[in-house]
Design a protein around this ligand. Sequence first.
Ligand SMILES: [Ca+2]
Ligand SMILES: [Ca+2]
Length: 438
Amino acid sequence: MKKKIEGLIAALLTGFYSDGCAEKRDSVITHCHKSRFINSINVLKKNMEVLLVRKSEKVPMENVLRSLAWQLSGQQKSCRGSLFNIKKESTDMNRNAKLIKIRERSKMKTDKIIFLVATLMAFLLCSACDDGELKSDTIIGLDVEVVGVPVIYETDMTLDVDDVGALAVLHGLQMEGKVTILGISYNETHPLAPAAIDAINTYYNCGTIPIGKYTKILRDPDPSDYYSARTDDVDNMTHDLSDNSVVDAVELYKQILANQLDSSVVVISVGFLNNLYDLLKDPEGFMLVESKVRLLAVMGGLHNDGFNFVRHNLVSQTQYVIENWPGPLVTTHVGGDMITGETLTSRTPATNPVRKAYELEWGVGPNKGRSSWDQVTTMYAIFGTQYFIEDWEGNGSLPNGYSWDFSKGYRGYAAPIDDRQVEQKIERLMTLTPFSGL
Ligand SMILES: [Ca+2]
Ligand SMILES: [Ca+2]
């Protein structure tokens, strides 16, 4: 609710500044790294208006905005009475540049403040009725600037912890400007999972990423060692579910895909295929997959898989997805002997939910790693032949007797060129630390 109010204040204030401020001294900030950014923010204290232009693609715009919001909130403590209006606009300087205008509140007249407060209160009273009810046409968090590869992460993050590691890899890649996480879709049914996923996203300053979930009955749902009644478990770590949507997975996919460029989205499936089955069965969903998705990278055994492709009595859904996915579908299953996450405890803070999950998993405690099946699929999905060998001439099979033949660019399999190289890259990405203090 706090962020919602801040957003409303920013939105409402916008109208009061159309005539600008008496003194304008613009400053251009290139957001390269944190220390430079903080130095640049200090300029803000003196200037009436600041232009913030991101010239580097290394940092997602969302991180820039959140850094800015945090810095401003810190300043408000030392500059009593100062409110800031943050307005994000596109510019025509280049495709990725954004413009943020910030103006001090000092020119606001008292009667306008009273009117603003009254308007804000009325708005909040009206909107309060809608809290808790997520409408399909109002998914929060869809409005993101795509930098790098646009990704939807399809995960069963519950029983094993490599799903957590793969999400950390995605956030690491996002920090480096290589991917944009459009949404996360959950194909298990643990009630605490959306909170845990949001806690991980929040740690990476991306707590507004929308989350989809399987909303049907799943046979024998899995337990989790990192979501439970313990107060410091991942689902209880810092996050806010009111600033992002948690909706049915099919709805999430449809809304995200509808907003993307043709043949651009990469779907990374590291769990069960029930959500993707439902998506293909939805006529609109199928059409969107056909037009918007560039690649489906799937973690699953190539022959007689005993986990992702068959558990929860889902083998027929798996078969349907493999048979009917309209674009390229590549599986990976390497990763069992690639152990990662060992340095989470030594290299990342105790507030890191990824570290927490690894410390709780299997009851083995800190400084222990885990197999990297899901991270390997994720690395293939983003880097492809840079680090992987693709096989387009083999075949795969399911325990129910179904088999499929590979064909170039349509069905295939991939494995790392060098396991140790990919393992090291995974470890580094999993332990990248987001901007501290956010
Ligand atoms: Ca959130
Ligand atoms: Ca998984």
